[in-house]
Design a binder for this molecule. Structure first.
Ligand code: HEC
Length: 115
């Protein structure tokens, strides 16, 4: 290959959005790159996350309950996701870890494929 093309290739590669990057859609609204949509089950977020919520929120015990605070496929617009990402929830407890936030994001995204 022509080595003088290398900087160009590196530059182009750095423009490809990677997992979880903010991307801009045609309507101009920022969204998180859908690349990281992995199916995450309700059972998983129940064990990993919702057990930290149920002492105060009865609605956090069921999938129907939490769906009231979720816009399927759109974590950014979901009150449930916003509340934990901002660190506001769980109240009086340490904020969720990045891994837990990613699980929740994956769950909300997978609700589009399987409503
Ligand atoms: C120690 C009690 C407590 C815990 C634990 C807790 N919350 Fe809350 N949460 C509250 C209170 C109190 C409010 C109402 C806050 C307000 O209206 O200012 C609230 C409000 C909310 C709301 C807004 C909708 C509503 O019901 O008013 C969401 C969404 C939410 N919490 C999510 C969560 C999630 C997700 C968790 C677990 C990761 C969690 N909370 C853990 C006390 C708690």
């Amino acid at each position: 290959m022509k080595w003088n093309l290398l900087p160009l290739i590196v530059l182009l590669a750095s423009c490809v959005p990677s997992k979880g990057d903010l991307v801009y859609t045609l309507d101009g609204k920022p969204r998180v790159s859908p690349v990281q949509t992995e199916a995450v089950s309700f059972a998983t977020i129940q064990t990993e996350i919702l057990t930290k919520c149920t002492e105060c929120h009865k609605w956090a015990k069921t999938e129907d309950g939490i769906k009231k605070f979720i816009v399927p496929g759109n974590p950014e617009a979901s009150e449930l996701f916003q509340s934990v990402r901002s660190g506001e929830m769980p109240e009086d407890a340490p904020p969720l870890t990045t891994k837990e936030l990613e699980l929740l994001r994956g769950y909300i995204n997978s609700l589009v494929a399987a409503p």
